[in-house]
Write a protein that binds this ligand. Structure first.
Ligand code: GTR
Length: 416
């Protein structure tokens, strides 16, 4: 009994520390531009051997793969090369969703390997159309049932959150009316977001038994979510109602980090969108303002690969910075969204990152961010690299979606 009481006390203490740490750290972080220590960003167009890249061919031949390799080994980690068996099961389909404007599909994706089985549940709304439709692929934080009050949505396996409680982030009808579909999965289906939940994650499919089995350059939660985005894409490619050449990958915050990592590696995604992705996402780590490598790896030890810990208070030693992650999306359209009050995510660092990444777009003859000066709030840039900073806090709003749709209209319709 005594042991139990001690255990309970320790648990309460640990949970308290983890949950308190985050707001406390947010309060104590540096938000003063003048206190940023001097730093030199690695040049996106210079290879490890010092070769200067001046054209798209050389970028693809010499630099792109080298950058992916560094991001894999030092930041996000890699997943073992294992063949995972995948099957799809359409659980439900209707052509009467959104007052008859849309089709709804609910697809179970089953994964198997070495006696381990996992599943993910994808919810899809598509505008009714004779033609294949473009789709936003955007994972959700709280369970599929939270994105709408539609009573037909099956609850995600790890969530009991009430129907529709995230509705403000999901203007599904607006998206449908604009001619786009939307596909989503609860991100916990791939890694239930706590270090201790390693066993329930998809990582055991790759032969790991525990967190400590994963090597220093092995992928953890962000890799698992990015892998999930790619497996969702595999399904979208197989769906005859969907134009797989027009899938827009999008993610908010930690899922913005995952969407960027998936979108950087996997060129099947036609457009990549990061919303308020901050540290380890679009923001430059070397600025050490708002959330830092130290804070993020302390609070979320299960997100990045273990090698990333080497750069706590040691950002100068990073062989890459996040503008080079954004550059990996080139020449595909890239959109970075920030929020004025989201200082923890370092809006200016997100913007500068998009600005520096634009150098690679130039090699392809595309205009990226036109100047190093941040645009005014609510004044989006819609070049091949797009950006906005909107008023308000860390969130996904109708305004964000309106900009994403405008950006997709500009770049996807142009190709027709
Ligand atoms: C915070 C974290 C951020 C961001 C955010 C989110 O706790 O510090 O990097 O990812 O969570 O995902 O909402």
């Amino acid at each position: 009994m005594k042991h139990l009481q001690i255990f309970a006390l320790i648990t309460v203490f640990c949970l308290g520390t983890v949950f308190d740490l985050y707001p406390q750290n947010q309060k104590e972080a540096n938000y003063d531009e003048n206190k940023i220590p001097p730093y030199t960003l690695p040049e996106v167009l210079v290879t490890k051997n010092g070769k200067r890249i001046t054209n798209a061919n050389d970028w693809e031949k010499y630099r792109r793969a080298e950058l992916i390799d560094i991001f894999t080994k030092e930041i996000y980690g890699k997943l073992p090369d294992k063949k995972i068996e995948v099957s799809y099961n359409i659980l439900e389909e209707s052509s009467k969703a959104c007052q008859g404007k849309a089709k709804r599909k609910q697809v179970e994706i089953l994964f198997k390997n070495g006696g381990v089985e996992r599943k993910a549940l994808m919810l899809i709304y598509l505008p009714k159309s004779e033609e294949k439709v473009p789709v936003f692929l955007h994972f959700n934080f709280q369970g599929n049932q939270t994105v709408s009050t539609d009573p037909e949505i099956t609850f995600s396996q790890y969530s009991k959150n009430p129907r529709g409680n995230q509705i403000s982030r999901w203007p599904i009808e607006k998206i449908i009316d604009a001619g786009y579909g939307v596909a989503t999965i609860h991100y916990w289906d791939f890694y239930l977001d706590q270090k201790e939940n390693f066993t329930e994650s998809i990582l055991p499919l790759f032969g790991y038994k525990s967190f400590s089995d994963v090597p220093n350059d092995g992928g953890l939660a962000i890799s698992a979510w990015a892998w999930g985005y790619q497996r969702a894409m595999d399904y979208l490619e197989s769906d005859k109602d969907i134009d797989a050449s027009k899938v827009i990958i999008a993610g908010h915050s930690r899922l913005g980090k995952a969407a960027l990592w998936a979108g950087a590696q996997d060129t099947r995604f036609a457009i990549v969108i990061s919303n308020n992705s901050g540290c380890g996402g679009a923001a430059l780590s070397m600025r050490r303002i708002g959330e830092t490598v130290n804070e993020i790896t302390k609070i979320f030890p299960h997100w990045f690969c273990k090698n990333f810990l080497k750069y706590r208070w040691n950002e100068d030693k990073l062989p890459v910075d996040q503008h080079e992650l954004l550059a990996l999306v080139a020449p595909r359209p890239l959109y970075v969204a920030s929020a004025e009050k989201d200082l923890w995510a370092d809006p200016k660092g997100e913007f500068l990152s998009a600005w520096y990444a634009s150098e690679v777009y130039k090699c392809y003859g595309y205009k990226g961010i036109p100047s190093a000066e941040m645009p005014a709030v609510n004044t989006p840039i819609m070049e091949r690299v797009g950006y906005h900073i909107r008023t308000g806090i860390h969130d996904v709003t109708d305004y964000d979606w309106e900009c994403f749709i405008k950006f997709a209209d500009k770049w996807l319709k142009k190709q027709e």
